[in-house]
Design a protein around this ligand. Structure first.
Ligand code: 4AD
Ligand code: MG
Length: 477
């Protein structure tokens, strides 16, 4: 018997009249006759039609939502509306029961909060099935984008001995017995006795290593897990997230912005071209959710329109200084509606970013040339002596989706920066050596993968776009 997936079955017009087997989970069972089966291969279910005249009552009772089932029968054109084909079942088997008294995912609307508590099962719902299929598609599209443009993927370390990045608080990696930590004569933890003979942490970014790669391979990218121990309980932060970091030799900040914009547009286009079934489901789901929200909180464009908008329109490009000027002339500024007043020299707050993207420009915005004071040590100093060649890309509803910069390639300037940032040269001697030997201008950026998936799926909480989120006080699954 030919076992095929639901996705294959619903499109297999050439198999009409043949006997096939489909395995999956029961979504609904109605009129003691129609079973909707889903196997995760697609958002769509296949309908299995069973003649129950010869069936035992007990068999009927075990066809419950969530049960694993195998059906064999003839694929026929559907009699009812809503589907093209269905299976006239000749035999079936319940592979695994799901007691309706206990199975939490009954065919009714469950809140996302409830489903977060059931992260081990939520993957079986329509919403999370769609989200995780889109997540996969985006991962594939990212590798495809870079591969076809001559980039090499670099696997940068997850355990790092360098804390120079300064991107956030780190998680310590140690094999020390926590009840008996080796101490030195001064009573401090003796890291030389630890596994690596020095202090190590989980990486906050693969950038510094990606730079080393770019300065030999030309164009590289990383795609890996990233860890930040900030205690920020927001809808946009995870303690463990995935980041994509391209790094390109000989690119300046303009090339970098061009690459980032083209990259994001191409990913949105990939989703439109390849994930339409799931996107339509997610669009309708969002429209349904928004019905209970006040007008002001609803999206002007629906999910699919937003993706189309991204592909069709240039991103706005402004300097940080221009951004501050716009904010200072804005209504909320004049009416003192901002919680934090924007001021040249301090970082933009979420409310400022949202104003620029959602109210003022109503499109993605690339802000560049930020003050050096609150940006990382490796960002290239501009001629004005005050700003660096940094760029952030802000998306409607998401905020910062990409952060990047041109890197400081001048050894003397970089050494000065290390001093200013209290980074001992011996900690990143290897990084500095790339500026000593064959240095050249180069640039790169980091895309937060989950923030991308939020944008493409319309999910508004980052915990709902990664299978098993890691956030403060939450590492259950
Ligand atoms: O702006 P960030 O901190 O930049 C870097 O780490 C650079 N090393 C990137 C580079 O130039 N190669 O982080 C990059 C992106 C952010 O724009 C955001 O999308 C995402 O990573 N991000 C997070 N996503 C989820 N949870 C968090 N806690 C995140 N922190 C950053
Ligand atoms: Mg950033």
């Amino acid at each position: 018997m030919k076992r095929i997936t639901v996705k294959e079955a619903i499109t297999a017009t050439d198999l009409i009249g043949s006997t096939i087997t489909v395995n999956g989970w029961v979504r609904t069972f109605r009129s003691n006759r129609f079973i909707a089966i889903n196997d995760g291969s697609t958002i769509k279910n296949i309908q299995a039609v069973i003649n129950f005249e010869n069936q035992e009552e007990s068999v009927l009772k075990s066809i419950n939502t969530g049960a694993a089932i195998s059906v064999t029968g003839t694929l026929v054109e559907s009699q009812g509306g809503g589907q093209n084909v269905e299976i006239q079942v000749s035999s079936f088997e319940i592979l695994g029961e799901a007691n309706p008294e206990e199975y939490p995912l009954q065919p009714k609307k469950h809140s996302l909060e409830f489903l977060r508590e059931k992260a081990h099962l939520r993957i079986r719902t329509n919403t999370f099935g769609a989200v995780f299929r889109v997540r996969h598609a985006m991962s594939y599209a990212i590798h495809n984008y870079f591969h076809t443009r001559g980039f090499y993927q670099m696997h940068t370390p997850i355990i790092t001995g360098s804390d120079a990045e300064g991107a956030g608080e780190m998680f310590r990696v140690t094999t020390n017995d926590q009840n008996n930590v080796p101490k030195n004569e001064e009573g401090e933890v003796d890291t030389t006795k630890d596994f690596f003979g020095k202090e190590t942490n989980l990486t906050v970014s693969g950038q510094l290593e990606a730079e080393l790669g770019a300065l030999g391979l030309g164009k590289v990218y990383t795609f890996g897990p990233t860890f930040r121990a900030e205690n920020s309980n927001t809808t946009r932060h995870l303690a463990e997230f995935w980041m994509i970091e391209p790094e390109v030799a000989f690119n300046d900040i303009i090339d970098n912005m061009n690459l980032a914009e083209d990259f994001l547009k191409s990913l949105a286009q990939y989703a439109l071209d390849n994930c339409m079934d799931d996107l339509e489901f997610l669009r309708d789901r969002e429209l349904q959710e928004e019905k209970s929200k006040p007008q002001i909180e609803r999206n002007e464009l629906n999910l699919i329109e937003r993706l189309q908008f991204i592909t069709a329109n240039d991103f706005e490009r402004i300097t940080y200084t221009e951004a501050i000027r716009i904010l200072e002339n804005s209504k909320p500024y004049k009416k003192k509606k901002f919680q934090y007043m924007p001021e040249w020299g301090s970082d933009l707050q979420t409310e400022h970013e949202r104003f620029l993207v959602e109210k003022h420009f109503k499109k993605p915005v690339i802000i560049n040339n930020y003050p050096a004071s609150f940006k990382a040590f490796y960002m290239r100093a501009n001629e004005d002596g005050k700003t660096v060649a940094a760029m952030d890309i802000l998306f409607p509803g998401i905020g910062e989706i990409i952060g990047g910069s041109q890197r400081e390639e001048r050894l003397d300037v970089l050494k000065e920066k290390c001093k200013d940032f209290n980074i001992p040269e011996e900690h990143i001697w290897w990084y500095l050596e790339t500026r000593k030997f064959g240095t050249c201008k180069h640039s790169g950026f980091g895309l937060g993968f989950e923030r991308l998936v939020m944008f493409v799926t319309g999910m508004t909480n980052i915990r709902d776009v990664i299978p098993f989120p890691r956030t403060p006080n939450n590492a259950e699954f």
